[in-house]
Design a binder for this molecule. Structure first.
Ligand code: CP3
Length: 340
């Protein structure tokens, strides 16, 4: 089958679909026993730079669930590691940065990304597009705000206080940081598309911490530059953040084709906030998967029903699959979305 005829790419482009396409953020990972098995004794960043492992882990959820798209197995900090930022991914914690960026000198480490820095990404994607056949592959990157938060804070943060201190207190330094990250992110996404990714998702996971007017001033220009810089490659661009209910309108303005919605705003209301000309992705609460199947089914049908208000709907969770999720629930959910 021609990839462009896949339900996933058709929904992203707001074309009629034979069934609602579905994939899950963080579908490859700790909820899968086959994932834990291949990751045994292998540090996360080693796995992310080993083509054989990337290919195997990317394929695992496609095999098990029959989802409509694969997402490239990697992490948002991989391009930063690749240019020499001293960081690691600590199990159960997340990305930890040895020398957080707090001043202009700190920017020096953020040199431009070259394809050779991530040759394992290109190699793995080329292998994957062969293995996946008619299933599209989604490439991804973290957005400048979310990457910046890890770099400034030095690790995961609840309040993003140092990030905001720089954003509000040293706007020139902030914009310089966002620009450097924007260059890296744009190149990383272009590399993935050139290698064979059929769509990309920009994760601005933590940008929900910023109110709309400040988003417009401090974040939007940088995100827009990334989406504009991908326009010539003609693949659907998805934009996602958590807690972004109040930002849905402006997220639509940033230039993506598909806006990801977390579980807090129902999709019909999200469609109203995002406005015309966009598809939506989402938005079952990942925690609901721990409830009895009857509840999951009822809530999933509700998501599908409200998703009809969107011009295109890609079913997903409102955030990533939680590690405790029973894979059988996700399998049943995938079947339900396909049969609905
Ligand atoms: C914020 C963010 C990160 N990484 C990512 C985001 C944006 C998405 C989101 O909002 O959840 C993106 C990401 N990280 C990973 C993927 C793989 C593809 C997929 O979605 O299946 C994707 C798309 C693998 C991973 N990334 C990570 C793991 C777990 C590491 C392991 O198994 O050892 C995986 C499978 C580590 C990681 N990396 C990060 C976090 C918060 C964590 C979890 C820390 C923990 O609880 O262990 C940073």
């Amino acid at each position: 089958m021609n990839l462009d005829d896949s339900a996933f790419l058709r929904a992203c482009r707001r074309r009629p679909v034979p069934h609602t396409p579905v994939w899950y953020m963080r579908q490859a990972g700790r909820s899968l026993p086959e994932y834990l098995k291949v990751r045994e004794g292998v540090p996360m960043l080693t796995a992310c730079s080993t083509p054989d492992l990337i290919v195997e882990i990317t394929l695992q959820p496609v095999r098990r669930y029959g989802v409509d798209a694969a997402i490239f197995f990697s992490d948002i900090v991989v391009p930063l590691k690749a240019i020499g930022v001293d960081l690691d991914i600590k199990p159960g914690v997340g990305p930890v940065v040895a020398d957080p960026i707090r001043d202009a000198q700190g920017l020096d480490v953020l040199r431009p990304l070259e394809p050779a820095d991530v040759s394992y990404v290109t190699e793995a994607i080329q292998a994957l597009t062969g293995e996946l056949g008619g299933t599209p592959l989604i490439g991804f990157a973290g957005a400048p705000f979310t990457l910046g938060s890890y770099l400034i804070e030095g690790g995961p943060s609840k309040n993003h206080d140092r990030t905001k201190a720089m954003m509000y207190g040293e706007p020139r330094l902030w914009h310089a940081l966002m620009e450097r990250l924007g260059d890296i992110v744009l190149e990383h996404l272009r590399i993935q598309i050139r290698a064979g990714a059929s769509a990309i998702q920009l994760f601005d996971s933590w940008v929900g911490a910023v109110p709309e007017d400040d988003y417009r001033e401090f974040v939007l220009p940088h995100t827009r530059r990334i989406f504009d810089g991908l326009a010539d490659l003609d693949v659907p661009r998805i934009h996602f953040g958590v807690g972004t209910g109040e930002l849905l309108g402006v997220l639509g303005e940033a230039g993506a084709d598909v806006v990801g919605v977390d579980w807090r705003v129902p999709l019909d209301e999200a469609a109203r906030r995002v406005g015309p000309g966009k598809a939506l992705q989402g938005n079952l609460d990942p925690a609901i998967l721990a409830a009895p199947w009857e509840v999951v089914e009822r809530k999933a049908r509700e998501v599908l029903r409200r998703g009809e208000a969107a011009e295109g709907h890609v079913f997903n969770l409102g955030h990533g699959v939680l590690p405790s999720t029973d894979p059988d629930q996700l399998k049943r959910l995938t079947d339900l979305v396909h049969e609905a």
